[in-house]
Design a protein around this ligand. Structure first.
Ligand code: EPZ
Length: 417
C-alpha cells in the first residue's frame, strides 16, 4: 500500500508540462484493435490504467511494444476471453464493442474503476444489441456474440462518454449506417472519432448530438498523437489558483476549458492563455465563492467539480456544487471535512460549502482518482502535515505527479506502508 505525505502551505511556483490524456489513450488503444495493420500511438501517459490496458491487449494476442510510443500489431492467434484484470478499470468495457465487431465474439469481465456512485453499462449493452450482438451476463462475465453487426439507429438516454465510444467503434465495422442520437461530445470522444477516421472510418457529426457512421469492411493502420490531458490541466489550474501560487502550464490546449476558465476568473483568479500555455496566478488574498453545476460537455466537467472543492473551501462565502453527471460523487467530501472544510449535503446531488476556511493537515484516505487528487490539492494548501492513504487510485491516472509537484516547490513524497 502507498501513502502520500505532504507538508503544506508552501508557495508553489514554476512550469508544469501536461501529459497525454488518460481517457483518450484508453479509448484510442481499444479503437486500434479494429485495424488490420500496425497502429503507432504517441504521447500516451505512463500510468497504471494504461499499463493494465496494454496487458489486456497483449493477452488477447496483439503484440504491444512500448517505449516513447506504443506500437500495437494485429494478432496471429487470438484469445477472446479477457482475464480478470479487466475488472480493475472502467474502460476495459471499451474492448466489448471493437472485439465483437472485429471477431464476432468476446467474453469479458464486468468493468471496475473508481467508486463514484452507480456506474451501469446498460447503454453499452442495449446499443450493441441494436447493432445485432447477442449479449448475456453470466457470473460477472459479459458474453457477446455477433455473426455480423448491422448499422442501426440508437438513442442514448444520457450522453454517456463510454457508451458513445463503444458504439462508435463497433459501428465503424458494422454493415451500413448507424446513427447515435444524444451522443457525448467530450473532447476525448471527438478525438477518438478523428482517430478512427484517420484509420479509414467514416464518422460524421463529430462534436454534435448526432453521430452518423458509415460502416467499413476494414480499417487500416495509422500513426496518432494523443492530445494533452484536459483534466490534468485543470488540476494544475486549480493548484495555481490558491493564494501565492503561480503556475505556467505548458503543452496544453485552452480549447474545451472555457467553463473552467470562466469559473476561476469569476472567483478572482488571474488566468492568461497564450498558444499552448496557460498561466494561472492566485493573486488575490481572498477568492469569491460561486455555484457550479457539473454537466456533460461543453458544461463544467464532473471530474473538475471534485478537484475545485478544496478551493471553494478557501473562497470567501457560501458555494454550492451540483453534479448532474455522477450525482453521488461526493465520498471525498467527508475526508476534506477532516481537514477543516465545512460542508453540508443538500439534495442527493449537491453540497453546500461554507468558505473562508484555512485547511489543516490530517490523516485521510482516497476513494477514487479525482477525489484523491482533491485531497492532494487540499494538503498542499493546508497548514501542517497531511497523510493520504490508498493513493493507488491517484497513481492510476496522473503521470509523474509527485515529481511535477516537487518541481513547483511542494514538500510531498510517496511511501510504502
Ligand atoms: C468517463 O466515464 C470518464 N472515464 C470519467 O472520468 C468521466 O467522469 C465521465 O466519462 C464523464 O465525463 C473514462 O473515460 C475512463 P459516462 P464513463 O458513461 O464513460 C450513466 C476519471 O476520473 N450511464 O459518461 O464511465 C452513468 O451512471 C473518470 O478520469 C448509465 O446510466 O461515464 C453516469 O451517471 C471518472 N448507463 C452518466 O451516464 C450506461 O451504460 C455518465 O457516465 C453508461 C453510463
Amino acid at each position: 500500500m502507498r501513502k502520500i505525505i505532504i507538508n503544506g502551505n508552501k508557495k508553489l511556483n514554476g512550469i508544469v508540462n501536461i501529459s497525454g490524456s488518460k481517457n483518450e489513450s484508453l479509448a484510442v488503444m481499444c479503437g486500434a484493435l479494429l485495424s488490420d495493420d500496425k497502429v503507432i500511438l504517441r504521447n500516451v501517459p505512463n500510468i497504471k490504467d494504461v499499463s493494465i490496458m496494454k496487458d489486456l491487449i497483449d493477452e488477447i494476442g496483439y503484440k504491444v511494444k512500448s517505449s516513447d510510443k506504443i506500437i500495437i500489431n494485429p494478432p496471429s492467434n487470438k484469445k477472446l476471453e479477457i482475464n480478470e484484470q479487466a475488472s480493475e478499470i472502467r474502460n476495459s468495457i471499451l474492448l466489448l464493442g471493437p472485439l465483437t465487431a472485429k471477431y464476432g465474439r468476446v467474453i469479458i469481465p464486468l468493468p471496475g474503476g473508481c467508486s463514484i456512485g452507480n456506474r451501469p453499462i446498460n447503454f453499452h449493452i442495449e446499443g450493441l444489441k441494436k447493432l445485432g450482438a447477442k449479449i448475456k451476463i453470466i457470473n460477472g462475465l459479459i458474453h457477446s456474440e455477433a455473426e455480423k453487426l448491422v448499422g442501426a439507429k440508437i438513442r442514448l438516454d444520457f450522453p454517456s462518454v463510454g457508451a458513445t465510444c463503444n458504439l462508435m467503434m463497433a459501428a465503424s465495422l458494422a454493415k451500413g449506417e448507424t446513427k447515435i442520437f444524444n451522443s457525448a461530445k467530450e473532447p476525448e470522444v471527438q478525438n477518438l472519432a478523428k482517430f478512427l477516421n484517420q484509420m479509414g472510418a467514416e464518422i460524421k457529426g463529430i462534436g454534435t448530438d448526432t453521430l452518423i457512421i458509415q460502416g467499413k469492411k476494414e480499417l487500416s493502420g495509422t500513426e496518432y498523437s494523443i492530445k494533452p490531458d484536459r483534466i490534468e490541466t485543470i488540476t494544475y489550474m486549480i493548484l495555481g489558483s490558491f493564494p501565492m501560487n503561480k503556475i505556467n502550464i505548458r503543452n496544453t490546449v485552452k480549447e474545451d476549458l472555457s467553463e473552467v476558465i470562466e469559473t476561476l476568473k469569476r472567483m478572482g483568479v488571474f488566468i492568461n492563455c497564450k498558444n499552448n500555455e496557460i498561466m494561472v496566478e492566485g493573486r488575490t488574498n481572498q477568492l469569491k465563492s460561486t455555484a457550479i453545476i457539473a454537466k456533460p460537455h461543453p458544461g463544467f466537467p464532473t471530474d473538475a467539480l471534485t478537484l475545485i472543492t478544496p478551493l471553494l473551501s478557501y473562497a470567501k462565502g457560501i458555494s454550492k456544487i451540483t453534479d448532474k453527471v455522477f450525482p453521488e460523487r461526493f465520498s471525498y467530501i467527508k475526508e476534506l471535512n477532516k481537514m477543516g472544510a465545512n460542508t453540508q449535503q443538500l439534495e442527493y446531488n449537491s453540497v453546500k460549502i461554507m468558505g473562508s476556511h484555512q485547511l489543516f493537515g490530517a490523516k485521510v484516505s482516497c476513494h477514487d482518482l479525482r477525489g484523491g487528487m482533491a485531497l492532494v490539492l487540499a494538503g498542499l494548501f493546508a497548514k501542517g502535515e497531511t497523510i493520504i492513504e490508498d493513493v493507488h487510485y491517484i497513481n492510476r491516472g496522473y503521470e509523474n505527479y509527485i515529481e511535477k509537484l516537487q518541481s513547483l516547490g511542494a514538500d510531498i513524497k510517496q511511501e510504502t506502508y
